[in-house]
Design a protein around this ligand. Sequence first.
Ligand SMILES: C[S@@+](CC[C@H](N)C(=O)[O-])C[C@H]1O[C@@H](n2cnc3c(N)ncnc32)[C@H](O)[C@@H]1O
Length: 400
Amino acid sequence: MEYSKTFISEGMAQIIIYKVVSSEGETLERARSRAPVFYNPIMNMNRDSAILALGALQRRLSRPLTICEPMCGTGIRGIRMALEVPKVREIVLGDMSPHAVRLTEKNIGLNGMSERVRVRRMEANLLLSLHARPLARFDYTDIDPFGTPAPFIDTVARATKRDGMVALTATDMAPLCGVNVRACIRKYGSTSLRTGYSHESALRILIGSFIRGAAIHEVASKPVFSFFADHYIRLYMLLDRGKMRVDKSLREIGYLLNCSACKSIRSEKSGLDDRMRICEVCGSEMKAAGPLWLGNLADDDFCLDMIECSKDSFIGSNRRLINIIRKVRGEIDMPPGFFVLDELSSNLGVASRRLNPVIDGLRNAGFKAAVSHANNRGLKTDASVEAVKRIVLELNVKGV
Ligand SMILES: C[S@@+](CC[C@H](N)C(=O)[O-])C[C@H]1O[C@@H](n2cnc3c(N)ncnc32)[C@H](O)[C@@H]1O
């Protein structure tokens, strides 16, 4: 099939993409994946988040940055980084598709970035391995694949400086959210679970998998910003050196137990035995997801720096992204998982109502409470399921 090309603008870049026309009965998504070079406008927010995270990294490192994006498609992400992030020294893009490399070369030239951005036709693991030597490593490496980033975890940890940052996108939500558990075990070495909060546990599985993969090289890592949106999850992991730090991050990996009978959630940092699978609230058998990351999904200072960087950029007007950052900040220091208000209400046999009065009720009772960034009916709190249910029932009696 012949594809025509067209110009589009995204951020400060103007690039050429292949025009996507869906045939009868075909979704636009399917048609996009057929195009000779993949470009998804929906991932604009994902790329905006990368610009802000790089800005926040730049504030920490205070040196000209080197960047690698080994699966670059049209080159849009790397070109935007060169145009929009201050003090970027060099960007190495890669793709194994010859069409993608040719188009990226054109797009680099079109944006006048040939001095700082170059593209190589190469398999991503090979390109990253060529940069595994200490002096060849990048400050920031961005893995944005089709589906899972798992096959690139080892090489990206090796190719990134020990105080640098790795960004990962995953779109394989079926394995990560408990729909295809076997695939999750194969790719991430973890069991996933289908629950109301599976998008959050998907993030935790990928974070845990990255931490364990980096630990092999005695590299410590922690998430400084991570989120779920649309059809993907996205992580920003800050690396660090030191065996003690590696051990510390590994101690934050464990299991998340879910009771489908009473909706209680519990985490276990050690291993699991049969006794631990009994729900302490109702005595039913709980199901476990993990191993996964039980710590924070973000770092407060890093999120604040991202928000600060957005003020110097047109990304400040991307209200959706800024709200996600704000909500992710609100989740810091909350226990893993969240209650879905509609599930709790149906469990209690009462009508589901507004979330804000429940949050206020919990806060007035001395608990932490906030809405989850991953679900606008999701309640993050340090209160037990029984305490939350009590407040939901009280509000129902009052008709709030
Ligand atoms: C999701 S697209 C990348 C989109 C791009 N990062 C963006 O922000 O628009 C994935 C790209 O990875 C390339 N790719 C897939 N597997 C690869 C591999 N193992 N090595 C190098 N490139 C690969 C594909 O050709 C495709 O262009």
